[in-house]
Design a protein around this ligand. Structure first.
Ligand code: PNS
Length: 176
């Protein structure tokens, strides 16, 4: 039987518990799920693509059928290269719908064989977005329960100059 491969494209800057919730749901219905981080030179992200990839690889290491990759160019072209037949996207509220519908229909126009599958994250994540997490963290608010502990730690390290300084002062192993 043909394996159903899906890609889950996004910025993931940073990955949130909402993303992880969707990855878990997607891993249950697809044979293979590829979390695909968009490499977009135009944006100025908080985390580099390499940092996001490392975080997502760690966070999804327990799922046998989930892998993490990066891509640029059109999502449909990437999906084609990966032999994927579906694009997974999350819809949190009605406000997401218009943008997601537009993207799904444009992707369908570009590649009619590729299906977009929308899934809803758990209700407690329905207001959650990477942008809000970044903003709250940057302004000193708590992001506990919104992102995995590892992401919270990485955010704190990135945003707290004192922690950054400590890291910079640590001597590198093997060097004097
Ligand atoms: O997490 P995001 O930022 O909502 O993800 C948006 C993403 C990466 C899915 C979208 O911007 C995208 O598909 N970009 C790749 C370029 C592309 O295919 N553009 C046409 C989309 S209709």
């Amino acid at each position: 039987m043909k394996k159903v491969i899906a890609i889950y494209p996004g910025s993931f800057d940073p990955p949130t518990n909402g993303h992880l919730d969707l990855i878990e749901r997607g891993s249950k219905i697809f044979d293979e799920l590829i979390v695909a981080i968009l490499r977009n030179a135009e944006k100025s992200p908080l985390f580099s693509v390499a940092e996001r990839r490392l975080m997502l690889e760690n966070l999804t290491s327990d799922y046998r059928n989930v892998s993490v990759d990066t891509f640029d160019g059109l999502t449909v072209d990437y999906a084609l290269r990966m032999n994927a037949s579906a694009v997974l996207r999350g819809i949190r509220a009605i406000s997401d719908y218009e943008y997601e519908l537009q993207m799904a229909l444009m992707n369908r126009k570009l590649h009619p064989e590729l299906e977009t599958v929308f899934m809803m994250p758990a209700e407690q994540f329905s207001y959650l977005s990477s942008r809000l997490v970044r903003e709250v963290a940057q302004l000193g608010g708590s992001i506990k329960e919104l992102v995995p502990e590892m992401v919270e730690r990485r955010l704190r390290e990135k945003l707290d100059p004192a922690i950054k300084l400590q890291h910079a002062r640590k001597p590198k192993a093997g060097r004097r």
